[in-house]
Design a protein around this ligand. Structure first.
Ligand SMILES: C[S@@+](CC[C@H](N)C(=O)[O-])C[C@H]1O[C@@H](n2cnc3c(N)ncnc32)[C@H](O)[C@@H]1O
Length: 282
């Protein structure tokens, strides 16, 4: 018979041998997920059933092959909400919370009542759903092009009892933008990796969809596409808030200024990287 603690130690050992970065944390998450308990090691000597042991080893094996922990668990937390994720949808990142913070602060500073917000390239819906939940009387649309991501967007809206409007469309097309007018805020975390970065992805990131990561040769295709096109959908004095990659702030700033935006304000994420920009429509 196998006790919880002995299986836990064995899984940590296996992951350590395969150079997994945080074997204790990952093993604990897998235990929590399979056993549906918050503190599975509170009963260290309790025995596990053969099927529980099988499932735990199966998940550990996947993790050792490089499958991201979030895909193994099937869900991940962002802000204080849970989002379902699976291959085909980008895993919500902690740095994207900076973008959400920017918008919550903006609505407070400008005393925006019932702001109309569109989230472009919505993926799991982590930005749109969080804004909808956190900003009173907001009306939020989430635009996503790809089937698999859109399926999870719809699931996550329901899972979080959110009233976000999901729109399946290509954000780079004029006919998509033409459906929106008088918006207060446009927000986007578009694909922004360069061709060079795509050729040197961390093993885990290779499991995530290329369509969520690749932003063209210099990573800036979506900024060149979205900024001038969607400016027309903002009311005068409306805002655009964007996330971008490490080192892209200057180029994104230039595109904003050339496209009729002013008052650019950049923010660093928790890793001290300049990560987001907020700009006002002139
Ligand atoms: C970097 S991910 C961001 C996902 C989510 N907003 C987040 O912050 O976790 C970019 C998303 O844009 C979607 N996407 C890529 N090209 C698109 C397009 N032309 N129109 C709409 N969505 C697109 C991808 O499927 C992916 O879900």
């Amino acid at each position: 018979m196998v006790s919880r603690i002995s299986l836990y130690r064995d899984c940590v050992r296996i992951m350590t041998e395969k150079n997994i970065e945080s074997p204790e944390f990952d093993t604990l998450c897998i235990f929590q997920n399979i056993l549906k308990e918050k503190n599975p090691l509170l009963k260290p000597e309790e025995e596990l059933s053969p099927s529980q042991i099988y499932k735990i080893y199966e998940d550990v094996e996947q993790r050792c092959e490089g499958v991201p922990l979030q895909y193994i668990l099937g869900e991940w937390d962002f802000w204080s909400y849970t989002f379902q994720v699976w291959e085909g949808v980008l895993i919500p990142r902690p740095e994207t919370e900076t973008l959400v913070e920017n918008i919550i602060d903006l609505c407070r500073e400008e005393s925006l009542k019932s702001p109309k917000i569109v989230d472009l390239c919505s993926g799991s819906g982590c930005i749109a759903v969080t804004l909808d939940k956190e900003i009173d009387s907001s009306e939020v649309w989430a635009v996503e092009k790809f089937d698999e991501a859109f399926e999870y967007l719809e699931k996550n809206i329901v899972l979080n009892s959110s009233k976000v409007h999901a729109v399946k469309a290509d954000v780079l097309l004029r006919e998509t933008a033409e459906n929106f007018e008088n918006l207060d805020i446009i927000v986007s975390n578009p694909p922004y990796l360069t061709a060079e970065e795509m050729s040197d992805l961390q093993r885990e990131v290779r499991y995530e969809p290329e369509t969520a990561l690749y932003g063209g040769a210099d990573g800036l295709d979506f900024y060149r596409g979205i900024i001038p096109l969607w400016r027309e959908c903002l009311r005068d004095g409306g805002y655009i808030c964007l996330e971008f990659g490490d080192g892209q702030q200057e180029k994104v700033g230039e595109i904003l200024l050339e496209s009729g935006f002013c008052d650019l304000k950049f923010t660093r994420d928790s890793g001290n990287i300049v990560r987001t920009v907020k700009a006002k429509k002139v």
